[in-house]
Design a protein around this ligand. Structure first.
Ligand code: ADP
Ligand code: ZN
Length: 381
C-alpha cells in the first residue's frame, strides 16, 4: 500500500485520500489525532453489513495496544438507508440515544456512509452539547467528492431538502477509494455527475481527463469488477475533484460568492429532483440541470454551441441523462419554476444560476441573476 495523500482545507491537512484505509489506518489516526473517551460510529444498514464488524474487531484490538491504560468505548448505530433518515426525528433519536449512553462533550462521531449519513451525523455533531468533533468516512462516490467536504450539514423537512442545518467542519475526512468496490453502479454514476460539475466550472484539464476516462470506467458491469488500472484512474479523478472543492471552500467557507459556483446544475437540478425523487437520483437530476443551465448561457451568447456539446457528450458518456424526455419523465415547467423559488442562493424571488463561458470556466466567480423567461425557454425544448 502506498501512503495516502493529504489535501488541505481551511488551513488544515484534514483530508486523507488513499486505498485500504478502512479500518486500520483510520482507527490508528483517530486514536492518535482525535483522542476521546467515546467514539460513536453511525452508518446505514447497507454499509454496516459490510464494514462495521471489521471496524469493531480492529478497534478492540488496536485500543488494547495503543491506549491500553484508558481504553475508549465504541458505540455503533445503524439507520435505514435513504433520504428519509435525514429527518428531524432521526436526529432526535440519535441525540436521545447518545444522552442515555452518557456521551459527553469529548465524544467523536464517525459518519460512515453516503451523503445521507454524512449530512445527518454532521448536523448531530454541530448541535450536540453545542458541538462535538466528527469524522467523515464517505462511502459513496458522491459523498467522497462533494458532501463530505466543506462542512455543510443538514436535514430535510417536508418543504424541501437540506433546509435546516449548520456549517460544521469535520475534524478529519478519510476518503478510501477501496470502499467504492461495493457501491452499486448507478450510485457510482450518480457521483460522476458531481465530478463532471466540478471540472466544468473550474478546470478544463480535469475535464479533459474525464473525457478520456469514460470508456474504461464505464466498461465495468459493477464497481466490484474494476481493475487496478480503473481504480487508479478513479483515485486520480477523485483527488482532482476534492482538491478543487477544498480550494473553493477554503476561500469562501460560508458561501458568500465563489463557493456558489459549486451549485452549477443544481438550481434546475434540485427543482427537478424535488418532483422526481426517489425515482431519480441527485446526480442524475444535476446532470440534466447542468445541460439546461449551460443552455441558458448559450442562449445569452456567453457559451458557444461547441462547448455546450462537449459538456453534453461527457455527461452522456458516463451514462447520465441530459433531458427528462430521455428518461421518460415529465415535469410541469410551472412546478419546476415554482420549486426554484425556495433555492437558498436566490435573492428573494430573483433566481440565480451559475453560468459557464466555456468548459472549465464560469462567466463570473459567482451565481448570476436570470429571468424566469430564460429558464422557461430552456425547459420548453
Ligand atoms: P449519496 O451518497 O448519493 O448522497 P446515500 O447516502 O443515500 O446517498 O447513499 C446512496 C446509496 O448507496 C445508499 O443506499 C447507501 O446505502 C449505498 N451505499 C453508499 N456507499 C456504499 C458502499 N460503499 N457500498 C455499498 N453501498 C453503499
Ligand atoms: Zn450536488
Amino acid at each position: 500500500n502506498e501512503t495516502p495523500s493529504r489535501i488541505s482545507i481551511l488551513g488544515s491537512d484534514s483530508i486523507i485520500l488513499g486505498r485500504n484505509l478502512w479500518p486500520q489506518h483510520i482507527i490508528e489516526q483517530i486514536l492518535r489525532d482525535v483522542p476521546s473517551s467515546t467514539y460513536v460510529l453511525i452508518s446505514d444498514t447497507n454499509i454496516a453489513r459490510v464494514y462495521t464488524e471489521q471496524f469493531q474487531a480492529k478497534f478492540g484490538y488496536l485500543t488494547g495496544i495503543i491506549v491500553k491504560d484508558r481504553r475508549p468505548r465504541l458505540l455503533t448505530r445503524e439507520l435505514p438507508p435513504g433520504e428519509p433518515s435525514k429527518s428531524r426525528q432521526t436526529k432526535a433519536d440519535i441525540e436521545d440515544w447518545m444522552l442515555s449512553n452518557n456521551c459527553t462533550r469529548d465524544t467523536v462521531l464517525i459518519a460512515l456512509g453516503g451523503g445521507v449519513i454524512g449530512d445527518l451525523v454532521g448536523f448531530v455533531a454541530a448541535t450536540y452539547m453545542r458541538g462535538v468533533r466528527f469524522v467523515q468516512c464517505p462511502t459513496s462516490l458522491l459523498a467522497m467528492v462533494d458532501s463530505s467536504i466543506g462542512g455543510k450539514t443538514a436535514i430535510d423537512t417536508p418543504m424541501g431538502k437540506n433546509l435546516i442545518g449548520a456549517f460544521w467542519q469535520p475534524t478529519k475526512i478519510f476518503i478510501d477509494i477501496s470502499l467504492l468496490k461495493t457501491l452499486p453502479k448507478r450510485e457510482f454514476i450518480n457521483g460522476m455527475a458531481e465530478i463532471i460539475k466540478t471540472a466544468a466550472i473550474w478546470s478544463e484539464s480535469d475535464f479533459r481527463q474525464l473525457e478520456a476516462s469514460s470508456s474504461i470506467l464505464m466498461s465495468f458491469e459493477k464497481p466490484s469488477d474494476m481493475s487496478e488500472e480503473a481504480l487508479n484512474i478513479i483515485e486520480r479523478i477523485v483527488h482532482a475533484a476534492v482538491a478543487v472543492k477544498a480550494q473553493v471552500v477554503s476561500s469562501d467557507e460560508k458561501e458568500t460568492g465563489l463557493r456558489g459556483l459549486l451549485n452549477f446544475g443544481h438550481s434546475i437540478g434540485h427543482a427537478i429532483e424535488a418532483i422526481l425523487t426517489p425515482r431519480m437520483l441527485h446526480g442524475e437530476c444535476v446532470a440534466i440541470g447542468m445541460v439546461k443551465e449551460a443552455e441558458i448561457a448559450r442562449n445569452r451568447g456567453d457559451l458557444d454551441q461547441i462547448q455546450l456539446n462537449r459538456l453534453r457528450k461527457c455527461i452522456m458518456s458516463y451514462g447520465l441523462p441530459q433531458s427528462l424526455e430521455e428518461v421518460g419523465q415529465a415535469c410541469s415547467i410551472d412546478r419546476i419554476i415554482q420549486n426554484m423559488m425556495i433555492d437558498k442562493k436566490n435573492d428573494g424571488i430573483q433566481k440565480k444560476i451559475v453560468l459557464l463561458n466555456r468548459v472549465g470556466s464560469c462567466i463570473e466567480q459567482k451565481a448570476m441573476l436570470v429571468q424566469d423567461s430564460e429558464v422557461r425557454n430552456v425547459l420548453l425544448l
